[in-house]
Ligand binder design. Structure first.
Ligand code: SF4
Ligand code: SF4
Length: 345
């Protein structure tokens, strides 16, 4: 069923939905951007139609609703602890197709991976339904079409925003009562069919090729350019690395809470083990790990898709202007070169 709502009707719909759902959408935060006098757009609870930023891609992804940058996992006193409580109210997230597909990736990692389900992710995910925001084409860092994440049918509502209001398609009967007497009109969502940017995903099935790629000189560039800040992975729609921190409430170090805090495989020391051992001690090593995880290892493990959804947020956030799409295209060229070399042997 489809509807066309003007701004007042859209506001009334949002107010009705908010009685039963916490509604999250991309929202603008004035003067909180990376540079002075710039804004940041990130997911937050929205109260009015005009709060919803539909015109441009958010700087940070929808994962921040399900896995906040920091969250209490348990509280402790001297001789006991109590698990933190998750939200009880159902959640509706307005998200573009790439962000919805990113949650399929995160669910693979958090739920049932290796026989273990992450309680903190699962208790959020169970509450979440998606309203798919039709994407107007993204920006010059997007390559969702190359990654096959430009489409989805995993949504309860589809929405196409304009300055005048919103067109809505209802696919989940649980939402039908919110539309009552609102004006019906046919609406079928459209998906982005082409991005300006195209990425060639390397074919890394051959173990000999992967071995040669590991020592390819292309990675050395990142020792000079990447400052290992981790901004790319914090902004990534699918990255899941975290660490834990204890927050002590007062003078007694035995009373406080343990928090899960977003971290990054790109930060030096993230993989440090007992005896000061590290698997990846240079920026080049860490970049290779990240890129191959996104464009080979995840798919080799789970089989259905690559981990990267082509949202381009990592490129957008990198202070050193390192582009994921240019990097992956360089990997593809290196792989072609390696294959040609191996064929001659
Ligand atoms: S690696 Fe970059 S383009 Fe891919 S999902 Fe993460 S942020 Fe988006
Ligand atoms: S690629 Fe860019 S954002 Fe990522 S760690 Fe390196 S410098 Fe930071």
């Amino acid at each position: 069923m489809g509807y066309t709502l003007n701004r007042q009707q859209a506001d009334a719909l949002l107010a009705a939905l908010r009685k039963d759902y916490t509604v999250y959408a991309p929202k603008r935060f004035r003067n909180q951007g990376r540079y002075s006098d710039t804004d940041i757009i990130r997911y937050a609870e929205v109260e009015r139609f005009e709060d919803i930023v539909w015109q441009t891609k958010s700087d940070y992804p929808a994962k921040e609703v399900l896995t906040p940058i920091q969250q209490a996992i348990f509280y402790f006193t001297e001789d006991e602890y109590r698990e933190s409580k998750g939200p009880r109210k159902p959640i509706l997230i307005l998200a573009r197709p790439c962000d919805i597909n990113a949650q399929h990736v995160q669910a693979r990692i958090y739920a049932g991976n290796g026989g273990y389900t992450d309680l903190y992710y699962e208790r959020m995910r169970e509450l979440v339904k998606f309203a798919m925001m039709e994407c107007g084409g993204g920006d010059d860092t997007c390559f969702c079409v190359s990654m096959g994440t430009n489409k989805t049918d995993d949504y309860s509502l589809a929405m196409k925003f304009s300055d005048d209001g919103v067109q809505v398609q209802v696919t989940d009967g649980a939402f039908a009562p919110y539309f009552g007497d609102l004006p019906q009109a046919d609406y079928t969502p459209a998906f982005v069919e082409e991005n300006e940017l195209k990425v060639t995903v390397p074919d890394l099935d051959d173990k000999e090729v992967r071995k040669a790629l590991k020592s390819h000189p292309m990675w050395q560039e990142f020792n000079a350019r990447c400052i290992s800040c981790g901004a790319c992975t914090v902004a990534c729609s699918t990255c899941t690395c975290f660490t834990t921190r204890d927050v002590i409430y007062g003078d007694n170090p035995e009373v406080g809470e343990r928090r899960r805090v977003t971290s990054s495989c790109q930060i030096a020391g993230f993989d440090q083990m007992a005896g000061q051992r590290e698997f990846r001690s240079t920026a080049a090593d860490r970049m290779r790990y990240k890129v191959l995880h996104k464009f080979h290892d995840y798919k080799a493990r789970f089989g259905d898709s690559h981990m990267c959804v082509g949202c381009g947020r990592c490129t957008h956030r990198c202070p050193e202007l390192i582009s994921i799409s240019a990097t992956v295209n360089k990997v593809s060229a290196a792989v072609d070169e390696i294959k040609a070399g191996l064929a001659k042997q």
